[in-house]
Design a binder for this molecule. Structure first.
Ligand code: NAD
Length: 257
């Protein structure tokens, strides 16, 4: 089989460091010869990302600034993207944020501001990004976002982020309907827990990891590579018939109990 993403231009949003799920996906996509463009958040993270990508052997990485909490940033990012490419084939949206103090204790203590921040960055951003991406996706394509089981079940301490993920998964279905006519698929991957910078913000995250291994049918944690494999399937020609779906890549954890 030839390289699965040859000649495909894909926007990767959400690489913060080597632990990021987005980086696991990017590595896999590079092996399949995708042409990647990365977004970053703020000047400090640009320097960090540039250095990190060079260390990983990516010379002259294409980097575009995008704070997804700002409409003008998203619009500018896609203007910049147009200067780099004529056609976009894929977007990996691997972005979420909630204030740390909202990721513990009683959900009913969620502040109005904290609720809106989580929804804005973790869920609404996919809507705005899809709207801006669509005009560039003239050959069809795939939009993939990352979700978690906390969207479907009340997971201790996940709280406001679970509610944002529920909105994200609902958005996936609505966006799949809107963009289907343009042959663009929209899906979420509900990943099992992975030790990343964001995940460490959830109180007792290591406890959650331990419990996971005991319960999951495969008796282990999911790897970032396994999550990336599913992203690859969705962004390649193998996944063209799948849209509006939420695919669990969690060693089967969600089926138990
Ligand atoms: P991460 O911290 O590596 O990635 C989160 C990214 O979101 C970072 O790159 C950060 O810069 C970006 N971000 C935050 N606010 C932003 C903003 N305003 N504008 C632009 N970017 C912004 O952590 P991760 O675990 O790789 O998270 C990636 C995605 O995977 C998230 O949606 C997360 O909820 C999801 N996910 C993670 C797990 C897990 O256990 N780690 C499980 C399921 C789903």
């Amino acid at each position: 089989m030839g390289k699965l993403l040859k000649d495909k231009n894909i926007l990767i949003m959400g690489v913060a460091n080597k632990w990021s799920i987005a980086w696991g996906i990017a590595k896999k996509f590079i092996k399949e010869e995708a042409n990647l463009i990365f977004t970053y958040l703020g000047d400090k993270s640009r320097l960090h990302l540039e250095k990190f990508l060079m260390e990983e052997g990516i010379d002259n990485p294409k980097l575009i600034e995008c704070d997804v909490s700002k409409d003008e940033d998203i619009e500018n990012a896609f203007k910049e993207l147009r200067k780099e490419i004529d056609v976009l084939h894929g977007v990996v949206h691997s972005i979420a944020f909630a204030n740390k103090d909202e990721l513990q204790g009683f959900y009913y203590n969620t502040s109005r501001e904290g609720y809106l921040v989580a929804q804005d960055i973790s869920s609404y951003s996919l809507v705005a990004i899809s709207r801006n991406a669509q005009p560039l996706m003239t050959e069809g394509g795939s939009i993939v976002t990352l979700s978690y089981l906390g969207a479907e079940r009340a997971i201790t301490n996940y709280n406001v982020m679970g509610v944002a993920k529920a909105a994200l998964e609902a958005s996936v279905r609505y966006l799949a309907v809107d963009l289907g006519i343009n042959n663009v698929t929209v899906n979420s991957i509900s990943a099992g827990p992975v030790k990343t910078t964001s995940a460490k913000g959830i109180r007792d995250f290591t406890k959650l990891l331990r419990g996971f291994e005991d319960v999951a049918p495969l008796k282990r944690l999911v790897t970032t590579e396994e999550i990336a494999n599913t992203a690859l399937f969705l962004c390649s020609d193998l996944g063209t018939g799948v849209t509006g779906e939420n695919i669990h890549v969690d060693c089967g954890y969600h089926i138990v109990g």
